[in-house]
Design a protein around this ligand. Structure first.
Ligand code: GLN
Length: 189
């Protein structure tokens, strides 16, 4: 089975590794990714939740950002959850921070307000029969989709998941639930 890389600079990458193990796919190889060399045999990549300013700065410094950009152009599937989606967005509202510039979207960080740091609710994602539990932690929303970036889930009228070909972004954290459907879906990209 293909090697899945999980960007392991900071954030909840261990939760994604556990979620991939819960998928129970025989011989699925999971690799922690920090520097460009770690991408050598990787066939898809997950960028977890965390602190986008810190991770963006380190990705740039390690050269991992540029390596991911090159691989994405070659068709490597990449999924960003929360911080990961922020880093993949071509534009972040009111901020000038490092961007991988992969998803043709604008995001608003911490969009659910200071007092609502974290909550869970059902989210219907296009292509899945039943809703998933969306765990939102200081979560961003997508305020604009351009070009081939298409919304695939909304919550309370706001876009919380997008797909652009081989690229996927979710505002919420499926790795923090027992439900592996989104991980399974991404492994099929
Ligand atoms: N608010 C964080 C950021 O802007 C993202 C939070 C998360 O990944 N859970 O980086």
């Amino acid at each position: 089975m293909p090697e899945v890389g999980v960007v392991a600079i900071q954030g909840d990458f261990e939760k994604h590794i556990l979620a991939l193990e819960r998928c129970e796919i025989p011989d699925l190889d999971v690799r922690e990714v920090r520097v460009p060399e770690d991408l050598a045999d990787v066939e898809r990549v997950i960028i977890p939740g965390g602190e986008s300013t810190t991770v963006g700065m380190l990705m740039e410094r390690f050269g991992l950002g540029q390596a991911l950009q090159e691989k994405a152009t070659e068709g490597l599937p990449i999924w960003g959850t929360c911080m990961g989606m922020i880093l993949m967005a071509s534009k972040v509202e009111d901020r000038d921070q490092y961007s991988l510039n992969l998803l043709d979207i604008t995001v608003r960080r911490n969009a659910f307000g200071a007092q609502v740091h974290s909550f869970e609710d059902e989210v219907q994602v296009d292509g899945l029969d039943e809703a998933v539990t969306g765990v939102f932690i200081r979560a961003p929303i997508v305020t604009e989709c351009r070009g081939d970036a298409k919304p695939i889930a909304t919550y309370d009228g706001r876009v919380v998941a997008v797909r652009q070909g081989n690229l996927l972004g979710t505002s919420f954290h499926p790795e923090l639930t027992d439900d592996t459907r989104l991980h399974h879906w991404f492994l099929g990209f």
